[in-house]
Design a protein around this ligand. Structure first.
Ligand code: HEC
Length: 178
């Protein structure tokens, strides 16, 4: 019994000592970003459904967006109000389901569609780069090229509340600095 207790104690200790390092962006040739992994164990920053940037109703098939950030980048943001170099925000896209099982109203996350990501990398003059890993009609992409600035960066730069990140729509980040 004493031996077993000691064993458990040591295991616990080893687990504390082995705090994982921040997941950093990994690149393939030509600075293509390799699809981030493990983000479901990161901090969940917020979600949205059917957001649009022009007047009018959302499309009937609007899905959910779930936003995740590395725990270490989150903690830096809480402390300093800025996102550190190598911050990754993953936006997971999930279709919206209704009228299934016992559900009669409202919408729930149904099928996983894939991910997009924004990455802060101070190696690049524009710092933030934007990627889409949803293979249109095919399997998800293992790596992706950054979009040109006018496709993604401009809108994030002009309208996002903090350093290209839409903190105004992520309650976890918004609350963190109050
Ligand atoms: C017209 C404005 C606009 C454009 C253009 C735009 N976004 Fe966004 N993006 C948003 C808004 C608003 C959000 C906040 C939440 C959401 O959409 O669910 C967001 C959130 C994100 C996020 C989550 C993290 C963050 O940075 O806040 C990612 C990742 C993202 N967009 C990727 C892209 C990619 C990739 C493109 C280009 C193909 C793009 N965006 C173009 C407005 C824009």
């Amino acid at each position: 019994m004493a031996i077993r207790t000691a064993g458990i104690f040591l295991l616990g200790f080893a687990a504390i000592g082995a705090e994982p390092k921040m997941a950093v962006p990994r690149y393939a040739a030509g600075d293509e970003l390799i699809r981030p992994e493990g983000y479901r164990e990161w901090i969940f920053a917020g979600s949205s459904i059917g957001m649009g940037y022009k007047d009018g109703d959302p499309p009937a098939n609007a899905g959910f967006h779930h936003i995740y950030i590395q725990p270490e980048a989150y903690r830096q943001y809480v402390k300093t109000g800025t996102f550190p170099d190598k911050t990754i925000l993953v936006m997971e896209k999930v279709t919206a389901g209704t009228n299934a099982s016992i559900n009669k109203r409202g919408r729930f996350g149904a099928a996983f569609e894939g991910i997009e990501a924004s990455v802060k990398d101070e190696r690049f003059p524009e710092k933030w780069r934007y990627y889409d890993f949803i293979g249109q009609g095919g399997p998800p992409l293992k790596q992706a090229k950054a979009f040109p600035k006018d496709r993604c960066w401009n809108c994030h730069f002009e309208h996002a509340a903090v350093d290209n990140v839409f903190v105004q729509f992520y309650p976890v980040l918004k609350e963190a600095r109050k």
